[in-house]
Design a binder for this molecule. Sequence first.
Ligand SMILES: [Zn+2]
Ligand SMILES: [Zn+2]
Length: 287
Amino acid sequence: MDGIPVSELDDLFGSVANELRISILRELWDRYGEPVSFTELQSRVGVRDSGQFNYHLNVLVPEFVRKTEEGYVLTHTGKQTIGAAVSGYFSTEDVEVDSVRAGECMFCGEELTARYEGGNVVIDCSACENLITKMPVPPVTVASTPRENLPQVLGKHVLTLAHQLSRGFCTLCHGRVDSTLTVRSDEESVAYRAALDVKFECRACGDRTHLNAGAVVVDHPAVASFLFDSGIDPRETYPWELLPLLDPETTITSEDPLELELTVRTDGGALKLTLDDAANVVAYARR
Ligand SMILES: [Zn+2]
Ligand SMILES: [Zn+2]
């Protein structure tokens, strides 16, 4: 499927592109889901002309605002619009962070640094010059985090996005995504040595993204329990420090359909995983 054509979203964008309509959304938001009557909403927004107020309110119904017997409430899309506005409150230029310590380099063992520039978190090693990861993170996430906690919070954010994708949801629109195991693309977003990565494409908005195979399987209980038994808690470890997972031994066991064997090694032993062409773990065994 090609997704929903963006040209068809004009009406939807137009519906909220008005100060009065935004005030209506904000008033309803402040009531935490409690229905608000027409008269009360009108007086809160401060519009004398009922006809004018009614017109603008109706533009928001039914996508953003729902009319119930008790009054008006925000729909899920209405709430998401507020969320998007909050998320976009800070511009990427307002939020810049340079060089926070972010753990050890998986290639050379020297110290890594994390910085935030142009809307991306960049983690790289100044000693061996390897780019470890570069991922988009909303400025609001960075702005609401004290500097010293930034690497931990970014690690959790990266893991959350990986879980969301590996569980099949688009990180932008929450539509369903299809995953395909693929030969490594040369885009810069993830620069691990793993031979293969996983491509995701959203059926609804068409967004395309990719992660290395190790980051996708970390959500599997066999992997999480193996790491945990080896003394590694993925929630408390920087994802970019999960060397045994992100740089595992990989063997292509079948070309068509593509099938991959991935061995994760820790001091506690080895875990062998078999991935099908959609990056599902189809078999696993501890060694
Ligand atoms: Zn290094
Ligand atoms: Zn999407």
